[in-house]
Design a binder for this molecule. Structure first.
Ligand code: ADP
Ligand code: ADP
Length: 227
């Protein structure tokens, strides 16, 4: 089975003369261990696609199969989306989206605890991830004390914490310089290739495209694979 199968996803916002068709029959099959880039101009539907597959913003119609399990059939969810998302999907937003009153460590720790790990176990694992991402010495800082790049690395640590089968990232390197940005892309590629996760990254950074196995482009809500 595939990490992700998205079949004919369509999303309509609004109705009547305010209707916007943000996504038209977008389909994509991502193998386990594959990392794909999703390119396209602003407004072409990239975030709509990613949030649909991430079970955050369901499509109007279409089918989503994750890890071989049918999770959405149109607007009809086939499983408990919240717990499915927590166990199987790591999502990295454009802005880091950290909880402001928790430290860097606690932000990562909490997602491990929510998945049933003990407090001690979660703390150790969170610290280890932050170390690997080069911000271990900032683990006691609140997000407001960290630079944009450092916050983004904490968000990446949080997304990787539960070893999800699927990682979805929406311009994760927008706040990073090109060296840090490349490191984050390489980290995603490593997670895909060594752990067999499926990874989709929305990016505008054409300099790091060589880390991707496949490249898709959205245009006016339609998805094409680049050859
Ligand atoms: P991208 O991520 O490529 O910039 P989006 O998926 O954010 O594109 O947007 C695709 C289209 O859908 C755009 O025309 C945008 O204005 C529209 N859109 C996105 N979100 C909403 C919303 N919540 N309500 C109405 N229209 C929206
Ligand atoms: P990065 O490459 O991680 O984004 P920057 O080059 O933005 O880091 O920041 C360099 C240093 O300045 C970092 O050690 C960071 O802690 C500090 N710094 C940057 N912005 C802020 C901020 N808004 N508040 C506190 N410290 C900051």
């Amino acid at each position: 089975y595939f990490a992700i199968e998205a079949i004919d996803l369509t999303k309509v916002y609004g109705s009547g003369n305010t209707e916007v068709i943000a996504m038209k029959n977008a389909s994509l099959q991502l193998k386990r261990g594959e990392i794909a880039a999703l390119l396209g101009p602003s407004g072409s539907g990239k975030s709509t696609f990613l949030t649909a597959v991430g079970l955050i913003n369901p499509p109007t119609s279409g089918t989503i199969i994750i890890g071989g399990q049918l999770v959405m059939e149109g607007q009809q969810s086939q499983t408990n989306l919240r717990s499915f998302r927590r166990q199987h999907i790591g999502y990295v937003f454009q802005k880091s989206n950290l909880i402001p009153f928790l430290t860097a460590l606690e932000n990562v720790q909490i997602s491990l605890e929510l998945n049933g790990n003990s407090k001690r176990e979660s703390q150790d694992k969170a610290q280890q991830l932050l170390d690997e991402l080069g911000i271990g010495e900032r683990s006691d800082n609140l997000p407001s004390m960290l630079s944009g790049g450092q916050q983004q690395r904490v968000a990446v640590a949080r997304a990787l914490a539960n070893q999800p089968n699927v990682i979805l990232a929406d311009e994760p390197t927008a706040a990073l310089d090109s060296k840090r940005g490349r490191q984050v892309m390489e980290l995603f590629a490593q997670v895909a290739h060594t752990r067999g996760a499926g990874v989709i990254v929305v990016t505008h950074d054409h300099r790091a495209l060589d880390v991707f196995d496949t490249i898709y482009e959205m245009e006016d809500g339609m998805m094409h694979q680049e050859l």
